[in-house]
Design a protein around this ligand. Structure first.
Ligand SMILES: C[S@@+](CC[C@H](N)C(=O)[O-])C[C@H]1O[C@@H](n2cnc3c(N)ncnc32)[C@H](O)[C@@H]1O
Length: 309
């Protein structure tokens, strides 16, 4: 599975601001101004600064159970090759390595710090934008894009690229939140307190900019349509309900690495952020106690690359 590198590879320091295939409306003049390639310019929207917390709290409670579901749906055959894109710390790839015999896995992501965790999990990885995979076409049996399409302005371009990575009859699996971890009574308490500390409209706009496709892809039919429109017929589609139970301390930690909190941390003086955190912790513990119990819903869609295209 030789990496091509070069023109299609995404290398730190080799970024040209003219090449924004997934952000066609981007008018950034320089990589240093650009939030659209977070790996280039770690800022509040980047995953670089939160890989430890993501791995410790978000993976076990939110993303590992989804990885298990994906692998049950995909049933990777012996000898198959799987590409995990927007892989983060590669929970999908590492779950495949743990559960399936003789499957080769590689992970790509924009965030080097997230991929360092992937390496610790034993998953080989390459920094790459989802729309510029540094591999030859048609060399994977399975491509997985779990909880990453919501970060893109134009998912269609990325899906076409991922379709090119597949062998004929290869499978592409994608996921998105149908009901995320903040869409519950705990999240309502959190959001009410957020309004005391930051301008809601500024926060809404910032999160929309960082996660432009989040709202649209929360609908299963829209996620299916992105694949169908790219010429990849959907073979499996479902909404998975996942119960979550964690300590309140872990819940708070997980909300503190959500995109909205990253913006707040960047905007607020650190003593205001600490005071917000104390206020929200006190309110959540007073209302719900030391445990957080709620449900999430995840859209899971699998499509296949036709034999003849
Ligand atoms: C919510 S995490 C999901 C990670 C992983 N798939 C999982 O299930 O745990 C989103 C990941 O997408 C990555 N990401 C965001 N935009 C990206 C892009 N344009 N290309 C590649 N990765 C991207 C982020 O760096 C982050 O690691």
């Amino acid at each position: 599975m030789g990496a091509k590198g070069g023109a299609r590879g995404f290398l730190h320091g080799a970024f040209s601001p003219a090449a924004h295939p997934l952000r066609p409306n981007c008018d950034c003049q320089a990589a240093s101004d650009c939030m659209h390639f977070p790996g280039q310019n770690p800022g509040w929207w980047s995953y670089d600064g939160m890989a430890d917390q993501y791995e410790a709290v978000a993976v076990p409670h939110y993303f590992a159970p989804v990885a298990e579901q994906l692998i049950a749906d995909l049933q990777p055959a012996r000898g198959s090759r799987l590409l995990d894109v927007g892989a983060g710390t590669a929970i999908v790839g590492s779950t495949v390595l743990r559960k399936c015999k003789n499957v080769r896995v590689v992970a790509t992501d924009l965030s080097l710090m997230m991929l360092r965790k992937a390496k610790q999990r034993g998953v080989p990885s390459v920094v790459a934008d989802i729309g510029h995979q540094p591999f030859p076409s048609h060399c994977f049996d399975i491509v997985v894009a779990s909880f990453v399409l919501n970060h893109l302005d134009d998912c269609a371009i990325a899906i076409v690229e991922l379709g090119h990575m597949l062998r004929p009859a290869g499978q592409l699996a994608v996921t998105s939140w149908a009901r995320g971890p903040s869409e519950n009574a705990l999240g309502d308490v959190w959001n009410a307190i957020v309004s005391n500390w930051i301008d809601r409209e500024a926060l809404r706009m910032a999160v929309n900019e960082a996660l432009p496709s989040e709202a649209e892809l929360s609908e299963l039919a829209k996620l299916e349509a992105v694949l169908e429109d790219a010429g990849l017929p959907v073979t499996q589609s479902r909404v998975v309900e996942l119960p979550v139970q964690m300590t309140m301390a872990s819940y708070i930690e997980s909300r503190c690495i959500a995109m909205a909190s990253r913006f707040m941390m960047a905007e607020l003086p650190s003593y205001d952020w600490s005071a917000f955190r104390q206020e929200v912790t006190a309110a959540l513990v007073a209302r719900f106690g030391e445990s957080a119990v709620f449900g999430t819903k995840v859209n899971v869609v699998v499509a296949v690359r036709p034999m003849e295209v």
